[in-house]
Design a protein around this ligand. Structure first.
Ligand code: FAD
Length: 407
């Protein structure tokens, strides 16, 4: 027997039902009780909606502090701008008129042997930070990203999760409904109605639905937890969703009994090296003895089957290489840790989106709802200066929600 739940308009207001696959709210915002940020952590500049929500939730922004250190084959350097030749690269980019992949761009304009180091450094940066695949990343999109002024960075004082807790409370206070642990598996639709199935027998029915699942699910396809079948099929939209680039990342958060890094890197905020996990950051200005490791890009896919113990070992061996301490010493200092391989995380399968050569047309197509009733939103659908960020998800979600209400 199929059970159905309708939702629509009650007392002149739209009722909203959130159907969440996971057993918690927040998606890629994933703050643990001990304050570890396993997903989003930074607020990159003054971001209107994020800032407003932080204020409303009763939290505040804390500017990120600390020096930037670079370790090159055991030698420490303290500096801001690491990529030699970056100015020349940006000058060349500023004159670029036609789009091509970043790989093609470097081959076309920086193939000379004298640029070998620059090519490697740019590749490392684009793969590691922007999480792009060099073969399909749009150079014009990266140019826009890299031309932006470097804004001050912040953390949310009580953790990003504070915004999520606040939003959940707001939804419930406004008679919205949230169901956890209910992955949508199928959507049946026609011109008048959509049926959202959480299993063969149970569905919700509505005139309009908004789908915000991450692009990683569409890339992985039917094997992905969270994949949704449509009846009738919507192949053009699914192809478009696959044309939104989605980067790969593994994050490591380690607590220690002491800040052992203060000897080589006093007052460190960020530590860069050529180790497997190339980027680490501290928690300054707080006094937590915590290091967070960032490993982004396609090479992280080699660890798809690695268990938590192997990932911890990878972190220990990287720190051992950077600080020239034996692994056992580092191991003995660890008091707690969390490793999160986002590439294999059910209902997500990746870090954040990037723009490929086909993403602009894909996003344009996805702006049109299917049959005026199935809308798509989320950070992957966002186009603008906050690409890949929490702010992108908020702005895009708000715009699409407003457009639903106006129809
Ligand atoms: C490691 C990491 C670090 C990051 N760092 C930063 C940072 O410092 N600053 C920043 O601004 N951004 C950062 N980001 C990016 C930021 O987290 C995302 O851009 C943003 O949270 C995306 O929000 P979203 O709502 O679009 O998607 P998500 O947060 O991924 O939400 C999608 C939701 O859909 C649910 N879902 C999936 N499938 C189904 C289904 N079939 N049925 C029902 N529900 C489903 C998922 O469980 C999830 O809750 C980071 C991301 C990662 C992974």
């Amino acid at each position: 027997m199929r059970s159905c739940c309708r939702f629509g308009i009650i007392e002149g207001r739209k009722t909203v039902r959130v159907i969440e696959a996971n057993t918690r709210a927040g998606g890629r915002i994933f703050t643990l009780d001990n304050g570890m940020e396993c997903g989003a952590e930074f607020v990159h500049g003054k971001l209107p909606i994020t800032e407003q929500l932080i204020k409303e939730s009763g939290s505040s922004l804390v500017p990120v502090e600390g020096k930037i250190y670079q370790n090159n084959n055991g030698n420490w350097k303290e500096e801001e701008n690491f990529i030699e030749g970056w100015g020349e690269l940006m000058k060349c980019l500023s004159g670029l008129k036609h789009d091509l992949s970043l790989q093609e761009f470097l081959q076309e304009y920086f193939s000379d042997e004298k640029y070998t180091t620059l090519r490697k450094a740019v590749t490392r940066f684009a793969e590691g930070y922007d999480l792009v695949n060099m073969n399909d990343a749009s150079t014009l999109a990266l140019k826009a990203e890299w031309e932006k002024e470097e804004d001050e960075q912040y953390r949310v004082k009580s953790g990003y999760g504070a915004i999520i807790n606040y939003l959940v409370k707001q939804i419930l206070a406004n008679k919205g409904l949230i169901g956890y642990g209910k992955p949508v598996t199928k959507i049946e639709w026609n011109e008048n109605l959509t049926r959202v199935f959480i299993d063969e027998d149970n569905f919700f029915q509505s005139k309009k639905i908004l789908i915000t699942i991450p692009p990683g699910i569409w890339h992985k396809g039917e094997k992905a937890k969270g994949f949704i079948h449509f009846d009738p099929a919507i192949p053009r939209q699914i192809d478009a969703l696959k044309n939104i680039g989605f980067g790969a990342v593994i994050k490591f958060v380690l607590d220690f009994s002491e800040s052992f890094w203060n000897k080589e890197t006093p007052g460190a905020g960020f530590i860069f090296s050529n180790e497997k996990i190339p980027v680490w950051w501290t928690c300054l200005p707080t006094d937590k003895n915590r290091l967070t490791g960032w490993f982004g890009g396609l090479s992280t896919l080699d660890y798809d089957t690695a268990d938590e113990k192997s990932l911890l070992q990878l972190a220990i061996s990287s720190l051992s290489g950077i600080f020239k301490k034996d692994e056992q010493t580092i191991q003995n200092l660890i008091t707690g840790y969390q490793t999160v391989n986002w590439n294999t995380m059910p209902y997500v399968y990746g870090g954040y989106s990037y723009t490929t050569l086909h993403t602009a047309s894909a996003r344009a197509l996805l702006r049109d709802p299917v049959a005026g009733s199935i809308f798509f939103a989320g950070e992957g659908l966002y186009e603008g200066p906050y690409s890949g960020m929490v702010e992108a998800a908020f702005q895009n979600g708000l715009n699409v929600a407003q457009s639903i209400l106006s129809k």
